[in-house]
Design a protein around this ligand. Structure first.
Ligand code: 9MR
Length: 649
């Protein structure tokens, strides 16, 4: 069997061979991942894999993903039965492993998923690594996900199961790999010591509380929000059976480290089990009086239990989440909550939360509150409910934004809008995507995007701090770029929306918050270049009032990523610029950021973007691109800026 290419952390989708090198000046270069397990079944054995019950495992030559052998599981009598491998002693607590497995049905079709079973003191927990993924007998399908063990265990097994049938299936070419963590930087200011106007928090899972992640968290933050552990599906998966196995360890960590906790969230339309919305007749609820009574009763019972379980340990609750939909004539989201109860679910939720947690600040939380129509509907709703006496203490602005959106002006209007209501305001889920459209994908975060992101963090935090009489906390939706929901939303691609990079090192974005004078405006891409890329830099020189550095920062069969830094070395500021070069190897730019590109044959012309058009004397800007190549990938020999030949560095 042919060995699979080693997994790159960034390559969350099935990877082609990608030689990824860092293009960022501040982020640590990603080294090659270390592979800790490989199962290819080519030696004709099951290589340590076992069934989860009485099913049969055997090497098979009927189909293979690579080579001639795979592993066949047959004789299944339940959907949870499937192949499993002992990884106790292989996986270390606190290390993020990327696990990849190829799956193919022997016949029929189903959904397959990849999980980890762990036991602590004999009690089993099941962590899903990759959710239901359609699989047929016609093709191999890859399941790749990231897993961090966050608890002490006495049993640990990776396994594959299916969702609905007991058909036989194959697996092949299983790998698990990790990128070694770097120590947390201790010689940089703690965000919480710099931003003293309000607590600064991070959303967490168990993975953020252990080893280096735990150290990074407690160094910089004074508040946490369990990202999923307090949601309905985690706390009351079946009616009136409450479980806190996800949240309790996070709460204990917070307590032990003196971190405040935002409780997220008591009522939402997502991550709520279907039984909640199922009527006594077993059917999805429709708007009847009986269903309304049943649903409000379930809501009250849920809040009474969950809020009481944590008592004063949770000082702020997102009582209701995302109830506004500005596309509706009345601005109310048409969730089952709303369809069955009208506004009463919101009234009930706040009333009960106040009763059970009288000490806690009660929030209504939503995204896109900077969008005027949404903001205005939310304002009107809070105003109406408060007039009725509904105990709303604050409005939460999620702030899932990107490097181009929203404007500071709109963000400020978002804050000033709610001031007349005399309620607190919090930024509850901030992250800043490096992407500005769903069609972009960068193998490595481009340096100029990270720079732009640093300015966004700088400006947004400056704004929040100016409004510190309104804002009582700012929370980021994650700790570091190695674990962000944006890696799979709105499409699967590596994003980098937080203050610390995938190896927990401070990004330019961190400096945007901690000390904007340290943002490196002339940050040039890391000179480290994959050995497979040759030549990597230009060597010819010329004279002129500009200087260009051209780097190939990553290369793979047929494709590459490049960065170009252009400096105005003349004495005159430029108000706009046009950079031109010739590709002599038939390369073609497919996507470019930091400017607008046209290519005609070999001739590439890039004009400035709106935000980097002004290039002062001595100033520089960077752009990056993805391109294709065949045969060879020679570096352009000459560049012109506004028609003047540049020195090539
Ligand atoms: O971070 C959460 C992610 O792990 C979940 O898959 C996702 C889906 O429900 O929810 C994420 O958190 C959301 C939060 O609860 C409410 N605002 C939007 C957040 C991002 O989706």
């Amino acid at each position: 069997m042919r060995a699979l290419p080693r997994l790159a952390l960034a390559a969350l989708t099935a990877a082609a061979t990608v030689a990824v090198v860092s293009a960022t000046a501040d982020a640590a270069a990603d080294p090659a991942p270390i592979t800790v397990l490989t199962s290819d079944f080519e030696d004709g054995t099951v290589q340590g894999w076992a069934g989860r019950s009485a099913e049969t495992l055997a090497p098979s030559t009927a189909v293979a993903h690579g080579g001639t052998n795979s592993l066949l599981v047959s004789g299944r009598t339940a959907t949870w039965q499937g192949p499993s491998l002992d990884v106790f002693g292989t996986f270390e607590k606190g290390t993020a492993y990327t696990i990849s497995v190829w799956v193919r049905m022997a016949s029929g079709s189903d959904n397959a998923r990849l999980s980890v079973e762990r036991h602590t003191a004999g009690v089993a927990s099941y962590d899903q690594v990759v959710g239901n993924t359609a699989v047929t007998s016609g093709a191999w399908v890859n399941l790749t996900g990231r897993y961090t063990l966050a608890a002490d265990v006495d049993l640990l097994r990776v396994y594959v199961e299916t969702a609905s049938t007991t058909e036989s299936f194959h697996i092949d070419d299983v790998t698990a790999a990790y990128v070694p963590a770097l120590p947390v930087q201790t010689d940089i200011p703690s965000v919480k010591d710099v931003v003293t106007e309000f607590p600064v928090g991070a959303a967490i899972t168990g993975a953020e509380t252990v080893t280096e992640h735990g150290r990074l968290l407690t160094k910089h933050f004074d508040s946490v929000t369990p990202g999923n552990a307090l949601k309905w599906d985690a706390t009351e998966p079946t009616e009136n059976t409450f479980t806190y196995t996800q949240a309790d360890p996070l709460m204990a960590f917070a307590k032990a480290n003196g971190l405040a906790v935002r409780g997220h969230t008591l009522v939402w339309h997502n991550q709520t089990p279907s039984w909640v919305f199922t009527g006594a007749d077993g059917q999805p609820m429709t708007a009847t009086a009986e269903n309304k009574t049943l649903l409000l009763g379930r809501l009250e019972n849920h809040i009474r239990n969950v809020a009481a379980h944590y008592g004063t340990d949770i000082g702020v609750w997102d009582v209701v989440n995302e109830v506004i939909d500005e596309s509706q004539p009345d601005g109310m989201r048409r969730s089952t909550w709303y369809n069955v109860t009208g506004l009463d679910y919101i009234r009930t939720a706040f009333r009960v939360a106040r009763e059970v947690a009288p000490h806690a600040k009660l929030y209504i939380n939503d995204y896109n509150t900077n969008v005027p129509a949404k903001r205005d509907f939310l304002f009107t709703l809070i105003q109406q409910l408060k007039a009725e006496g509904v105990p709303i203490d604050g409005v939460g602005h999620q702030m899932h934004i990107n490097i181009n959106w929203p404007s500071l002006v709109d963000t400020e209007s978002m804050l000033t809008k709610f001031m007349p209501l005399n309620i607190d305001q919090q930024i509850t889920e901030m992250d800043v995507s490096i992407y500005t459209s769903n069609s972009e994908t960068f193998p490595t975060p481009p340096a100029d995007r990270l720079l732009k992101q640093a300015y966004v963090y700088r400006d947004m935090f400056a704004l929040f701090r100016r409004y510190s009489s309104e804002i009582t906390s700012v929370t980021l939706w994650g700790l570091a770029d190695d674990n962000t929901w944006l890696d799979t939303f709105p499409v699967t691609r590596k994003d980098a929306p937080l203050l610390f990079d995938t190896r927990l090192q401070a990004k330019q974005a961190y400096w945007g918050v901690a000390d904007p004078t340290k943002i490196e405006t002339s940050a040039s891409p890391s000179p480290s270049v994959s050995a497979s890329v040759s030549p990597s830099t230009s060597t010819s020189t010329g004279t002129g009032s500009c200087a260009v550095t051209y780097r190939v920062t990553g290369s793979w069969p047929g494709g590459f990523q490049g960065d170009v830094k252009v400096a105005n070395t003349g004495g005159v500021a430029l108000g706009s610029w046009k950079l031109a070069w010739q590709f002599t190897g038939g390369q073609q730019v497919s996507q470019l950021w930091g400017g607008a590109v046209t290519q005609s044959g070999a001739a590439v012309t890039v004009t400035n973007a709106t935000w980097n058009g002004s290039l002062p004397a001595g100033g520089s800007t960077s752009l990056g691109f993805l391109g294709s190549w065949t045969g060879s990938n020679p570096v352009p020999a000459a560049f012109t800026l506004n028609g003047t030949t540049c020195t090539v560095l």
